[in-house]
Design a protein around this ligand. Structure first.
Ligand code: UGA
Ligand code: MN
Length: 266
């Protein structure tokens, strides 16, 4: 099966650095298709060129989050869900451009997380020191597969709890009563399941923390979840978040007409 990674992205100082970082991880993944959806009224030159030069198979889409749903600079970061319309557009693209007969797996890969190659299936015995665990983590997804996510929910990690190979609950502290108390980075969905359920999508109005549940609820039950990463005992993805760079000197220099050369892309 081919892995489709869906990445919403938006313009900010660290955007290029984030996209370079994850694109170079994805370059190591075989049979991979990157769907990048810009939160923007147009496809930007920065992202267009980055994708063209990435060496990856990709699809480049864009849709701007409606103003009333967009988080303002001053809003706390939990106020509104992010990347929702972008992920939904990617789902629509898959439904319009892929056949039910195609074997694929869909993963929502935010641009700021950190992904181990072991999450996919590139376990290469040589590269990883000969230990043969965890092959085909995401790629073998039948319906919905799940695994731990590091550095999320105010914990070292969140994870599904597994007994006798089945998910029986979740280790999480924040809003544990959510139907699927998991971060976006902690699950993958079979393409066929998404194509067969054409109405399944993320809810733009989902309450904080309920975005993941809004999609998963219409696709699976907890008992059907397929545990990965050694029965959910290994952390293979981290919910890292980049610090917003301080531009104090840049602003001071700009006031003196000495700001950095705007033709140099960062
Ligand atoms: C957490 C989850 O990990 C996200 O999957 C979830 O979408 C988000 O909460 C949420 O509550 O909506 P967090 O690190 O807080 O993530 O969110 P970001 O990484 O800032 O944004 C998630 C994705 O949406 C990123 O790929 C980001 O580039 C994109 N995004 C963010 C936009 O496309 N537009 C925006 O205005 C902001
Ligand atoms: Mn993030």
């Amino acid at each position: 099966p081919i892995i489709y990674a869906i990445t919403p992205t938006y313009a900010r100082l660290v955007q290029k650095a984030e996209l370079v970082r994850i694109s170079q991880t994805f370059l190591h993944v075989k049979n991979f298709h990157w769907i990048v959806v810009e939160d923007s009224p147009v496809k930007t030159q920065l992202v267009s060129e980055l994708l063209a030069q990435s060496g990856l198979r990709f699809t480049h889409l864009h849709t701007e989050t409606p103003k009333e749903h967009k988080r303002k600079e001053s809003d706390p970061n939990w106020l509104k869900p992010r990347g929702v319309e972008q992920r939904n557009l990617a789902l629509q693209w898959l439904r319009e451009n892929r056949e039910l007969s195609e074997e694929g797996v869909v993963y929502f890969a935010d641009d700021d997380n950190t992904y181990s190659l072991r999450l996919f299936d590139e376990v290469g015995a040589v590269r990883f020191g000969g230990k043969e665990w965890g092959s085909a983590e995401i790629r073998s997804t039948k319906r919905v597969s799940v695994w731990p996510v590091g550095l999320v929910g105010g914990l070292r990690f969140e994870r599904p709890l597994v007994e006798k190979g089945r998910v029986v609950g979740f280790y999480t502290a924040w809003k544990p009563n959510r139907p699927f108390p998991m971060d976006m980075a902690g699950f993958a969905i079979a393409l066929q399941l998404l194509l067969a359920n054409r109405e399944a999508r993320f809810d733009l109005l989902a309450e904080r923390g309920y975005l993941e549940s809004s999609l998963l609820q219409s696709l699976v039950s907890i008992e059907e979840l397929e545990p990965r990463a050694d029965n959910c005992t290994k952390v293979l993805v981290w919910h890292t978040r980049s610090e917003k760079p301080k531009m104090k000197q840049e602003e001071l220099l700009q006031k003196q007409g000495l700001g950095s050369d705007p033709s140099i892309e960062v």
